[in-house]
Design a protein around this ligand. Sequence first.
Ligand code: TYM
Length: 340
Amino acid sequence: MTVSVPDTPARPRVLSGMQPTDALHLGNYLGALRQWVARQDEQDALFCVVDLHVLTVPEAIDPHLLRHRSRAVAALYFACGLDPERNVVFVQSHVPEHAECSWLLTCTTPLGWLYRMTQFKSKSEGRESVGTGLLTYPVLQAADILLYDTDEVPVGEDQVQHVELTRDIATRFNRLFGDTFVLPKAVIPTAGARIMGMDDPTVKMSKSIMAERPGHGIGLLDSPNVLKKTIMSAVTDSEREFRSEHASPGVRNLLVILQALTAEPMPEIEARFAGRGYGDLKKAVLEAVTETVTPIRERFDALMGDPAELDAILARGAAAARERAAATLARVKAALGVGT
Ligand code: TYM
């Protein structure tokens, strides 16, 4: 049986997703979600809540909480402006083809490629026992992407390595078993692709650190008081006033956040704050963040007030995603000689 890769469509096919580990933060918004929303008229897009990826850290599994968080992250997608009429939005585990495709790709992926992933190295570092899922995590991510003949994957900088691995997995599969997969590429934003921690600008803002350290991240659902506390106590440096040539990582992070939120060119921002104290810069960041997250929080609360409607949207999304995923999976199985 011959298999063929579909022609390149007029509108790029897009897929991306987020883990429902906790409430989302400003890095998730600026690195990924905002680009999803901004380009929703120009693309044929699917966005998933990747709950199966959360299982790769079994200590963190709380079944009740996971179900709630999956729904909450979907609600946040919508609250940030993603339109369920123009995009397919679904929960990964509602489309069983992801797990099945992941196994087929696991069998064709060299182990060495997975050991090289920086996320695996950092997450497994210093741990006595590491689950297999943590190692094979990027193969499931590759399945997420490849099942939809994805051209573009809008993500923050930290996910670029996983998208490149997906490309390698697809290229190798196509070489071994014939043209089956479309090769995807990562798309990262020009500003905000890597937002750093407010309490420690040497590490990226992350949901897992946020859960342990208040003051680390800017949560999209944080109250005005928490936002103020986090931003006004952001780590800067011992200088009194801003000088662009000496901006420390903490100051640079604040500038990047401001640039990403206001779209003001960096030289103009630097000129505006030259010679002024860091307090002024932090106040401007607080104002821009508050303006962005306040309507998101309000829309989120309204959406979470109607769980039946949310579930109905996600059920429609899963049905639409399944139809497409099943077609690709049939191609993959045919190429391998399995299935009916
Ligand atoms: P996750 O859930 O860690 O992050 C979701 C998205 O947010 C981006 N991001 C950031 N961007 C800028 N600054 C930050 N500090 C920051 N932190 C996170 C991430 O780059 C990501 O775009 N493995 C993925 C989820 C995934 C996926 C996929 C993504 C599973 N399957 C298929 C794309 C396509 C992850 O853990 O993202």
